[in-house]
Every structure is written in C-alpha cells, then in structure tokens.
Design a protein around this ligand. Structure first.
Ligand SMILES: [Zn+2]
Length: 422
C-alpha cells in the first residue's frame, strides 16, 4: 500500500494532559461530545514525551530530536542548538499556510519556532477568555491550499483555571493529605473544559476527509506524593501521555506495538506531507508498516533543572532577544544555577519505566502502567540502553559546535557525569 498523504494538518497540544484525563481511558471523565467526535481516532497507548516540561517537549515535537540533540536540555535553557530544521519552517517553505496559536505563547520565547506562534486571541488579556469564533475563522482560512495548524492549550496547566476563585483549595496540600482523588477533580474539570467545550467546537468544523489531526499532551501531571506537577521529577504519570490521531484515508491510526515518542511526529508528518527529509534522528514514522521482527525499542525522557524549572518570569520575558548570547547566558553571563538543580533520565519500552539520577546513580524500576515497583537485579541493562541512545545519535556533533566557555563547562560536566571523560 502506498504511504498515505495529507496536506492539511492540525496539531493540538494540551498542556499537562496525562493519560487518564481522557474518556476512553477513564470513564469518569464526562466528555461525550469529544469522545464521539474522536471515536475513530487511533489512540497510542504507549506514547512518551521526551521531557517533563513545555519548552523541551515542544522542541522535540517540532524537530524530531531528543533534548540532548536539539540543545534545550531543560525548561530554563534559553535556546536550541543552531541550524536545526523545524516543522514550521520546513512546511512554510514548502508552501503551507501556517497558523499557530497558544494560550501562553510567551513560553516559547527564544526558541527557533517562536515567531510562528501567536496568541489565541491577540485582543484578549486572558487567553482563555478570548474569542473562539475568531480562532476558528483563522483555522479555516485560507480555504484552499496546504495548511499546517498548531494549537496549544494552557488552561490545563498548573492552576487549572482556578485563579481568582476565592478560597480555592491548595491542591498540593490535598495530595499531601492523601486526598489526591479530590484534587484530581479540579484537574479533570480543566481538561473537560478544554476537550468538551473548546476543542469540540474546533474539531467539528474540520472535515475528516481532508485534515490529519494529532491531539496529545506535552507531558503529564503528577498528583502524587512523589511529584505534584511535572517539571521537577520523572514519573510514570508525567512521561506517558495520550496521543489521538486521525489521518484522511486511514481513519484511526493503528499505532505500532511497543512505545512511541514525541519525536515520532516529525518524521510522520513530514512523510505524510511528502517533504524530502534530511533526518537521522531516532523518531519513527508511525504510519510505516511494522517490520515483522521489529527490534526492541527504548524511548528516552530527559530532565535537566540545573537552572531551575520556571521559565515564565520577567527576567526572561522582558529580556531582548539579542541579549541572549548562548543557550545558557544573557549578556555573556551564565544564568544563575538552581540550588536543587538536578539531571535525571528515564527510558521505557512501553512496559517498564526505569529512572536514574545522573549524578548519584540512584534508580527506580516500575511497571509504567500501574506504577508498581519491579525488582531490578541488573540496572546495567537500562544504563546500556541509555548509553546506546547517546552514543548512537547522529547529532552528537551539534554539541561540539558550542561556543561560549560557560556552555563548554556545562557540557563537560554532563559528559563527566555520564562517565565519558575522567
Ligand atoms: Zn507543558
């Protein structure tokens, strides 16, 4: 069978959307219209993000590369490595009309694809109160020609739409008190709002005969004692998210067995669009026929909080672009290190979740679906899989191009921690 083709794409990123915040996986979620509209979409049951934070995760989405390859090691890194193609640029050069909107466009500041992403409603002070009608009109125009659209919902991010509600409960406290179910009701309500009351209005405007549609989380959300939100720890609630996909002519996508990753969307979309692609990353075309003896695959998630986990503050948002002199420096001065800053990584084959602290070597092994701890007599199995990914990358030379001495120091530290150099 020929590879399917499409020339209209809608990518919907729902911030902090975890695997159980979907009617198909959790019947308690009351989203009958959304469930009906997406009933023929394929659901990837083992889909993993590359990072537990918005910026590095989206950088992977649009480049098909892991954080160690695209350079945005963590949320507070300022820029990506230079010269990496991204989907916005490639598709717009190929003649696609691009419409990209976010409820929090500032979060993409300094990234290569930032210029493409605008607010949902430029005239609204609070994006979730903006005009949905204008957004839908923007998605529908122009009526002819190839289209690439991206929407990023922020309403589901920490706060969950509770800002300004007097006496709203502190959800972290609730979780700490063992009342996670109660706290989750607020999170599920925010998700329901996005899926059932906003996204439904958008999806029902688009003909499934013409549009390829991908709906996914950029990372999950913890709501457990080990991690409340997302950016500071790798956890099965954070690294595994839903991915729903519809492709014209195919209907629901039959996802390959085994794990898939955020980096897979880049080659999948490029192939669907028929773009000539110079890509040597680990991402796999999700629509390619599965080889009968597919080799075992591990997918990687990386966390780096050396400079903290928060990005949205005036020190970044009000800093002129030209003052960012490297990935980790403003005016040639290295960013302040965060006291509790750390690096950790996890890998999964879709069944197991192995996580390791880079410096201490402390690790856990769990069932990625149930979270149950598993015996781990041989952690080297997982460490070797991780090293194979690092060593096998065709993008390792990106790291060598680094210019500033501060960056070289950080890279050197990283390589030392990994045991590459003494
Ligand atoms: Zn996010």
């Amino acid at each position: 069978m020929d590879h399917p083709r499409a020339d209209r794409f809608l990518l919907v990123s729902i911030d902090s959307w975890r695997y159980d915040a979907l009617g198909r996986t959790n019947p308690e979620l009351n989203t009958p219209k959304f469930d009906h509209l997406t009933r023929d979409y394929g659901l990837a049951e083992r889909f993993f993000v590359t990072a537990p934070a918005t910026r590095p995760s989206h950088a992977s989405l649009f480049t098909g590369l892991y954080p160690f390859e695209h350079g945005l090691f963590g949320q507070t890194y300022l820029k990506m490595f230079g010269g990496i193609p991204n989907l916005f640029q490639l598709l717009s050069e190929a003649g696609y009309a691009v419409t990209a909107r976010s409820e929090r466009p500032e979060v993409f500041r300094f990234l290569d694809f930032e210029p493409f992403i605008r607010p949902f409603d430029p005239s609204a002070d609070h994006q979730h109160l903006g005009s949905l009608e204008q957004l839908i009109a923007a998605l529908r125009e122009p009526e002819t020609g190839p289209r690439f659209c991206f929407l990023h919902f922020w309403y589901t991010h920490g706060g969950y739409g509770m800002g300004g509600i007097p006496g709203a409960p502190d959800l972290k406290e609730l979780v700490g008190d063992g009342r996670a179910e109660e706290a989750l009701r607020f999170y599920y309500a925010a998700t329901t709002h996005v899926l059932e009351f906003v996204l439904v209005e958008i999806l029902k405007q688009l003909s499934l005969d013409r549009w390829a549609i991908f709906i996914f989380g950029d990372h999950g959300e913890g709501f457990c004692p080990e991690v409340m939100s997302h950016g500071d720890c790798l956890h099965e609630n954070v690294v595994r998210v839903p991915l729903l996909a519809h492709v014209p002519g195919l209907g629901g996508v039959n996802f390959p067995a085994g794990p898939s990753s955020m980096i897979d969307l880049y080659p999948t979309i490029a192939r669907l669009a028929g773009l000539p692609l110079d890509y040597e990353g680990y991402g796999r075309d999700l629509l390619a026929p599965s080889p009968t003896a597919r080799s075992k695959r591990w997918v990687l998630t990386e966390l780096d909080s050396l400079y903290g986990v928060g990005f949205l503050h005036p020190g970044n948002l009000q800093t002129a672009h030209q003052r960012v002199t490297s990935r980790i420096a403003i005016d040639d001065a290295e960013l302040a290190r965060s006291k509790g800053g750390t690096r950790m990584w996890s890998i999964s084959d879709g069944r197991e979740f192995y996580r390791q602290q880079e410096r201490s070597g402390d690790f856990v092994l769990r069932n990625v679906v149930t979270g149950q701890p598993l015996p781990c007599p041989d952690p080297d199995l997982y460490r070797n899989a991780y090293r194979d990914i690092l060593h096998g990358s065709r993008y390792r030379d990106q790291q060598v191009q680094e210019s500033s001495s501060a960056e070289e120091r950080v890279l050197e530290e990283r390589l030392r921690d990994l045991g590459y150099i003494e």
